[in-house]
Ligand binder design. Structure first.
Ligand code: G3I
Length: 302
């Protein structure tokens, strides 16, 4: 196959991209995105500050621009993200305790009902674990509402849209030996044993010199899959875009039957949140980088 999406579909997977609504009017951007990918994540437009700028007043203008473009171009949509310590609107940053807990529940219900039946996977909770060696939860206003905030988010999400796969999503959880990975593993294991509804784990996979790709990523994916959840690579970008590393990540997903697919976090280097790292698959002029060819070859079976 000659595009990333079609090549991934040969094994029942998708190859997705993060889309920014305000770039869809760039014809180079839109034509690459339309041609190459068969799954879309809104880079910012479905986040809490974008969708509920005032408490109880939902705004899906930009979220729907991304959603409608994706559907009109035949792509499935990953929802990102419903409960997160970051990109909260000011009113939510100022809440705590039971009123914040209720606001989280109301937010999940408001956004998921707007997209009911239309989203393949939702990142219900994003980035809830601390960096470093503690294995602890990240301190945040949501965490301070009680350790059960994550399972409440997942139970709320299941009731709001039973058709969506419900994911927990985080970064620096790709290396099996890291404390953060083990902490996330123990949470998922606990949720599965107690019947908390979780269907998938998203590995953001923002690789750089401080958090490099390690070949034990495949072990990580296998270990989580063995708990009875799907896994996905949700925000892939690699500092310097080594073709070898890109191919290795794709091959790790292909080696795990429960790996649903791979999403890269932007189209061209200039579209990246860390453009100085030139971490993506396309040059700024829209041409394909060596990493693109390495990924396409891997998806085509080597
Ligand atoms: O839209 C405003 C614009 O009006 C304003 O003039 C400008 C001034 O700063 O800011 C613009 O908003 C920025 C937004 O991106 C859109 O470009 C925000 O400041 C900026 O903080 C925001 O960054 C996003 C970041 O999440 C915020 O946490 C990145 O685009 C986005 O790629 C990044 O994505 C995250 C995932 O959601 C979660 N995992 C990590 C990943 C990378 O940080």
């Amino acid at each position: 196959e000659s595009t990333l999406g079609a090549a991934a579909a040969q094994s029942g997977r998708y190859f997705g991209v993060a889309i920014a609504a305000n770039r869809l009017s760039d014809s180079t951007y839109a034509s690459i995105a339309g041609r190459e990918f068969n799954s879309v994540t809104a880079e910012n437009e479905m986040k809490i500050d974008a969708t509920e700028p005032n408490r109880g007043q939902f705004n899906f203008t930009n979220a729907d621009r991304v959603y409608n473009w994706a559907v009109q171009n035949g792509k499935e949509v990953r929802g990102h993200t419903l409960a997160w310590h970051s990109q909260q609107p000011g009113w939510m940053q100022n809440l705590s305790g039971s009123s914040l807990r209720q606001a989280m529940i109301d937010h999940i219900n408001g956004v998921m009902s707007h997209y009911k039946g239309k989203i393949a996977q939702w990142d219900v909770v994003n980035e809830a674990f601390a960096d470093g060696s503690s294995g602890a939860r990240r301190d945040s206003n949501l965490q301070r509402t009680g350790n059960d905030w994550i399972e409440v988010a997942f139970r709320t999400a299941r009731a709001a849209d039973p058709s969506a796969k419900l994911c927990y999503n985080d970064y620096n959880v790709e290396n099996w030996t890291w404390a953060k990975t083990q902490a996330m593993y123990n949470m998922v294991k606990d949720f599965k044993s107690r019947g908390v509804p979780i269907d998938c784990v998203g590995f953001q996979s923002h690789f750089n010199s401080g958090s490099p790709y390690n070949s034990n990523f495949r072990t990580t994916l296998q270990q989580f899959a063995a708990l009875g959840v799907d896994v996905a690579i949700t925000e892939l970008d690699i500092q310097g875009a080594s073709p070898t590393t890109y191919a290795a990540v794709v091959n790790d997903c292909l080696a795990v039957s429960r790996c649903l697919g791979v999403t890269v976090w932007g189209v061209r280097d200039m579209d990246s949140w860390r453009s100085g790292d030139t971490p993506l698959l396309f040059n700024n002029d829209g041409s394909k980088k060596q990493a693109y060819t390495a990924v396409l070859n891997a998806l085509n079976g080597g």
